[in-house]
Write a protein that binds this ligand. Structure first.
Ligand code: IDP
Length: 145
């Protein structure tokens, strides 16, 4: 999910390009202002931490771009493309390493496991919004296509 700082800074296209260029396949995307209730569920694991309320307020401060990217090892690949939570410890070449400075405004959220990805996809999308499609170029990206 591209956070409000990514949208406000006009980085949506650049961030999406990183995932497309890597070879992951876009399965769903939308543009919305998330409710407080949705964010409380999304960040449930951080409830009670000092940064929780400021984090929810910041994510609610503007529209965000939730997306679903699909592919072999997609969660691992996406986390590598995104970089470390703290952009100052994120190497050049990563989204956070190249385009962000501090931990809270680190541009993008990425699911940290397949289980969280399934939970988060369910929170942010209806089943009918997930678009299954055949990508012609997959034979040049995937071993098995
Ligand atoms: P992640 O986004 O890299 O998976 P998490 O630990 O799940 O990192 O934290 C969720 C989000 O909460 C971070 O991306 C960041 O925006 C914010 N956050 C985490 N730790 C801090 C902190 O110590 N100060 C301010 N914001 C934080």
């Amino acid at each position: 999910m591209i956070k409000p700082d990514g949208v406000q800074r006009g980085l949506v296209g650049k961030i999406i390009a990183r995932f497309e260029e890597k070879g992951l396949k876009l399965e769903a995307l939308k543009f919305l202002r998330p409710s407080e209730c949705l964010l409380h569920q999304h960040y449930a694991e951080h409830q009670g931490k000092s940064f929780f309320e400021p984090l929810v307020k910041y994510i609610q401060s503007g529209p965000v771009v939730p997306m679903v990217w699909q592919g072999p090892d997609a969660v691992k690949i996406a986390r590598t493309l995104i970089g470390s939570t703290n952009p100052s410890q994120s190497p050049p070449g990563t989204i956070r390493g190249d385009m962000a400075v501090q931990t809270q405004k680190n541009l993008i959220h990425g699911s940290d496991s397949v289980t969280s990805a399934e939970r988060e996809i369910d929170l942010w999308f209806d089943n009918k919004e997930l678009i299954g499609w055949d990508r012609d170029g997959d034979k040049w990206v995937l071993e098995s296509a």
